[in-house]
Design a binder for this molecule. Structure first.
Ligand code: PMV
Length: 318
């Protein structure tokens, strides 16, 4: 009744922002992402005869995060399940806008499914991960992943494998603290108060279609244009919410300038940011080294991490 799994965070190229249903955690829009390889979360789940679930994250007791984790285990293994001892370890900062909840819940559902021998297939595991954290559904799969919202459930599919188009991602960390407001609460604010929210929903299919075509054509220039536009629209929703949510800091903006300078010199690189101040530079393989060096030199950048694209969540055999 014990199993371990690993999953990597994913970076949204076309973003999920806004929910159709807050109880079922159904996204209002489709999204497209790429799964990383060198950042990871490893999760061990052991069902035991103990009184209540116990969660340890990176060596420390994590009671505050337990209710969400317990609910996710109920969905995978049923509410009548034995209580669980859960140990989570990540090799990158958590809750800082680096999609740690995506890798955590993707690893959790896979480990729990194995430990409880519940036999859910990958599509169903993606739905269960998505019920805990919308973006986690995408980390169940590797490479380039599309999430399509349905009325009652999401569909998640792999559009291309990691080695079909081996892009590189440079992550520039500009603040390692936990973000001041979580994505669910910030989304709710945008839904209620941003004057651009309805337009965002209407235009998303266009962005998704354009990004998919660019992916299938391996057209990096077109992909760059769509993804930067979609990212800036998502952040415009947070800026124009009441009260506003600004995830960026001065170093975030400096990183955008660095990427713009690299683009002007002809390098294949574009930026994207999620619910946090970190900048992810998506690069053609030949532009990754120069992008890494330039971001390391950018004022306010604490450190830089590099990653290729990776596989989906999987059980770890000892
Ligand atoms: O999965 P959540 O609830 O952490 O929301 C993720 C939202 C973004 O990362 C900003 C966008 C996305 O598509 O991942």
């Amino acid at each position: 009744m014990q199993a371990s799994a690993q999953a990597q965070p994913n970076i949204a190229l076309v973003k999920y922002w806004g929910k159709r249903d807050h109880v079922l955690n159904l996204p209002a829009v489709g999204s497209l992402s790429l799964t990383l390889d060198s950042l990871w979360t490893r999760m061990s789940v052991s069902f035991e005869d103990i009184e209540h679930d116990v969660l340890e994250v990176n060596g420390a007791d994590a009671t505050a995060m337990l209710p969400r984790v317990s609910r996710c285990l109920d969905l995978v293994a049923g509410e009548e399940r034995r209580r669980a001892r859960i140990i989570s370890e990540s090799n990158f900062p958590i809750a800082a806008g680096l999609a740690s909840s995506a890798s955590a819940f993707a690893a959790l559902v896979v480990a729990a499914n194995e430990a409880a021998e519940t036999g859910h297939g990958t599509r169903q595991l993606a739905r269960l991960a998505g019920a805990a954290s919308g973006s986690a559904a995408r980390s169940v799969f590797g490479g380039f992943v599309q999430l399509t919202p349905g009325d009652a459930a999401i569909e998640v599919e792999q559009l291309a494998r990691a080695d079909d188009w081996p892009l590189q991602v440079i992550v520039a960390l500009t603040n390692e603290d936990q973000k001041p407001i979580g994505s669910s609460e910030a989304m709710m604010r945008s839904e209620k108060s941003s004057p651009f929210y309805q337009r965002w929903i209407e235009a998303q299919a266009l962005d998704l279609g354009a990004a998919r075509d660019a992916l299938f054509d391996r057209n990096f220039a077109v992909l760059s244009g769509v993804c930067e536009h979609n990212c800036l629209k998502m952040h415009s929703l947070t800026w124009t919410s009441r009260p506003p949510v600004v995830y960026w800091n001065a170093a975030t903006v400096s990183c955008l300038e660095t990427v713009r300078t690299l683009q002007a010199k002809g390098h294949g690189v574009f930026f994207t940011m999620d619910a946090g101040p970190q900048v992810k530079a998506v690069c053609l393989p030949e532009s990754a080294a120069v992008a890494k060096a330039a971001l390391e030199q950018t004022p306010g950048v604490i450190r830089v991490m590099s990653s290729g694209l990776g596989d989906g969540a999987r059980v770890l055999k000892d």
